[in-house]
Design a protein around this ligand. Sequence first.
Ligand code: CO
Ligand code: CO
Length: 318
Amino acid sequence: MSALPVYNDPNLLVGIDTGDDAAVYKINDQLALIQTLDFFPPIVDDPYSFGAIAVANSLSDVYAMGGHPLIALNIVGFPIALDKKILQQILLGGSDKAHEAGVLIVGGHTVDDVEPKYGLSVTGLVKPGEHYANVGAQPGDLLVLTKPLGTGIITTAAKADSVDEEILNSAIQIMATLNREASEIMVEIGGNACTDITGFGLLGHLERMATGSNVSLKIHLSSVPVIPGTWQLLEEGIAPGGTHRNLSSVEKSVEWDSEIPFEGKLLLCDAQTSGGLLISLPHQKANELITRLEQKEIRASVVGEVFKPQGSPIQVVQ
Ligand code: CO
Ligand code: CO
């Protein structure tokens, strides 16, 4: 992307420069469009679950902007020789999840491919000025995470058949959960910045937030919610290649407390699929947010704090 020319437009409220996963384009003073796209190969064997997860993940980028997704288009790659019933199940899982979100899938496009791929291009709405971005975190804010980490590690273990079904099922359920309610409550309470945690892992997404907001962030490893079973897999040496790559790419921005084990570093960099929202907001609001989320059975935690820039953009303590 850095090799491409950048064309500015006064109506483009969020573009490619902040590294957000969705663009926000102002139509008039009351209305802005949110546009985003995501697709990927199966991360779980069950085609219905894969479809549901892919859709929850695609819609998440609209929720992270504080917006409402409206309509979407399917993007599908599928091997022509494979049983069409598998494709049907993928699309059904996606369709049911979109319906749950109140989003209409209004069409799409399929190409022959060596392995299946699925996702959505999503169009949403937000009021201009009320949209969220991954910049805007303020010194004194707390950082709230709305889903536990570990989906990259667990799905990697599942590919090697070395994870309990119960653990895998809880990861599937977490990935298929919409970030809709978390986003709606965030918008009601009011926050300063938001991003969803996906492929770059918690620290990768926080690095963008720290740099873009010109702040330093302190993360408490022991406060970070983790899907049960993840630590054991880490201790067995299981982590996806993307997680290791995330760790090497954030190293330069992170100061680790000497007590942080290597497994803890990997966990904080684990490449997530359809992860939670990471919301930066003032102290009192953070407590209110967590209480309100708990009422909806969303397990959210304060994972860190925001400071004036000092030293490394991110400090990780036990
Ligand atoms: Co995305
Ligand atoms: Co995203």
